[in-house]
Design a protein around this ligand. Structure first.
Ligand code: ZN
Length: 497
């Protein structure tokens, strides 16, 4: 008998030996979590794939130092029909509050080492609900449930921070929120403290340009400030196109991106990978009337990142940003269920103009890049957004401008000077200004006006189900909801469809 291959991948910043599961790297949600734990509470995640029954098994075990006197673990996942808790040890089921919602959880018996194991059933195609995964004869792609522990010590200290580690029984890889088990190749790049990873299952038809994806993740870190502070690199999980059925071609949760194969191409100013990368650093903000900002920011900064990576000339960038196709749309009236394309494209156009306004009114001191990544600014409300922008611009009167272009059908003029679009310390020399012959041709083919984004940018119409704000530990959903609420909503959608 060949012994089972045990593979463990590091997600985090520190590596320690932990008894029980053998050799092992430790994944941590953040450096802060480790420091704050009383003698380190350790959460071991043990993942395996039961191919015969098409199910993903996840076991969570908590190693508690003597000082810990109480522990509860909460998760909205327990309440989903597709999630079955198949075993608990030294844990008693109870119900708890999580983000103002009553959820099932487990309370430690205060004796021994508590653990629970759950099973999630997957089919061949991606489930269009919060479970978001699939299985095949040899592999499974699924969600980690990321439970919320809450502990108390005898000294009266309490907290939620634990040191996390991940163990795979088969060959597998875990990001922050998803995981893959089965035959695969990985491509990785270390950038500072982070490791960016692309997971390519062996059943992918054709080749994936993993280097171009890693270039996007690396350049993103070089040119852009994240709104979400994290030590985790980006993990891209690739799957065959047919896996997603009618679901979107790309999706972001936390620092993880799932792509269908056809959505992995980084060619051109408008492409899916740069757009999705932006979601991993800015996360989720914007409810109702501010929904547009989330997608517009991903689209606009996605174009900028592609420009800085020379995936298109500056002229082509301007042509991509500038659109009057959705002139009659009022951004504040768009949302996840209506006018989606306009949200992206008119939104990107308006943000480009707004970027120029902030640069001009602050005499070049600030740009939109001082607004979106600043976590202190509340971008989930219109007033919060206006406050953030006027403060960065140093000009209260800019609020009239914002009113005009987000609350009416008016369309602003965008700047056309390369220096208006530099990120960080980049200079306009970074850009290739002249348009190449091939671009001229493809532009001529795409639209009569030459003003609309290329047709393939429709692929960028994606979904986001949640984002992890690693610094605060708060899970945010697509409309500022908790991940639980998002799961509940997606689950409702699934049931009603
Ligand atoms: Zn998006």
């Amino acid at each position: 008998m060949v012994s089972r291959r045990t593979v463990l991948r590091s997600l985090g910043v520190s590596t320690v030996g932990v008894q029980g599961f053998g050799e092992f790297s430790v994944a941590t949600a953040s450096a802060r979590s480790v420091a704050a734990s009383p003698d380190s509470i350790r959460e071991h995640r043990h993942f395996r794939f039961d191919a015969e029954r098409s199910r993903l098994l996840q076991r969570y075990e908590y190693r508690l130092p003597d000082s810990v006197s109480a522990l509860i673990v909460r998760s909205g996942w327990f309440d989903l029909d597709e999630v079955t808790v198949i075993e608990t040890d030294e844990f008693v089921e109870d119900s708890f509050e999580l983000y103002s919602t009553e959820v099932t959880g487990y309370r430690w018996t205060q004796d021994g080492t508590p653990s629970f194991e759950l099973s999630m059933d997957y089919g061949e195609e991606l489930l269009p609900n919060g479970l978001g995964g699939y299985s095949s004869e040899t592999s499974v792609f699924g969600s980690q449930i990321n439970p919320y522990p809450y502990w108390v010590t005898e000294d009266g200290a309490d907290g939620s921070d634990v040191e996390r580690s991940v163990l795979f029984e088969q060959d597998g890889y875990a990001g922050t929120d998803w995981l893959f088990i089965g035959p695969h190749q990985i491509a990785q790049r270390d950038v500072g403290k982070m490791t960016h990873t692309v997971v390519v299952p062996d059943d992918i038809e054709g080749t994936i340009d993993t280097e171009s994806l890693l270039d996007v993740f690396e350049a993103g870190g070089r040119y852009l400030e994240p709104r979400l502070t994290t030590n985790n690199g980006v993990t891209a999980f690739i799957m065959n196109n047919w896996r997603t059925g009618s679901d979107s071609s790309a999706q972001v949760v936390g620092r993880d991106i799932r792509f269908t194969k056809s959505a992995t191409s980084v060619d051109g100013i408008s492409n899916v990978p740069t757009h999705e990368y932006i979601h991993t650093i800015y996360g989720i903000f914007g409810t109702e009337e501010m929904f547009w900002l989330r997608e517009a920011a991903a689209e606009y900064y996605g174009y900028l990142l592609a420009l800085h990576l020379n995936h298109g000339t500056f002229d082509r960038f301007v042509e991509t940003v500038r659109t009057d196709r959705y002139r009659d749309i009022v951004l504040a009236e768009t949302g996840p269920d209506n006018n989606r394309a306009s949200t992206y494209y008119k939104g990107a156009h308006v943000l480009a103009a707004l970027d120029g306004q902030i640069r001009a009114r602050s005499s070049g001191e600030n740009s939109l890049d001082d607004v979106i990544p600043t976590a202190e600014y509340d971008l989930s409300t219109y007033d919060g957004f206006v406050n953030a922008v006027t403060e960065a611009a140093g000009d209260e009167s800019l609020s009239d401008w914002i009113d005009r272009y987000t609350q009416t059908t008016a369309l602003p003029t965008i700047p056309v000077e390369p220096e208006q679009y530099t990120l960080g310390t980049a200079s306009p020399d970074t850009f290739v200004v002249a348009r190449s012959d091939s671009e001229t041709r493809s532009q001529g083919q795409s639209t009569a006006q030459g003003e609309s984004p290329p047709a393939d940018s429709q692929d960028a119409l994606d979904e986001i189900t949640g984002g992890v704000d690693a610094e605060s530990g708060v899970l945010l959903g697509s409309a500022g909801m908790s991940l639980l609420a998002v799961i509940a909503k997606l689950y409702e959608d699934h049931r009603s469809s």
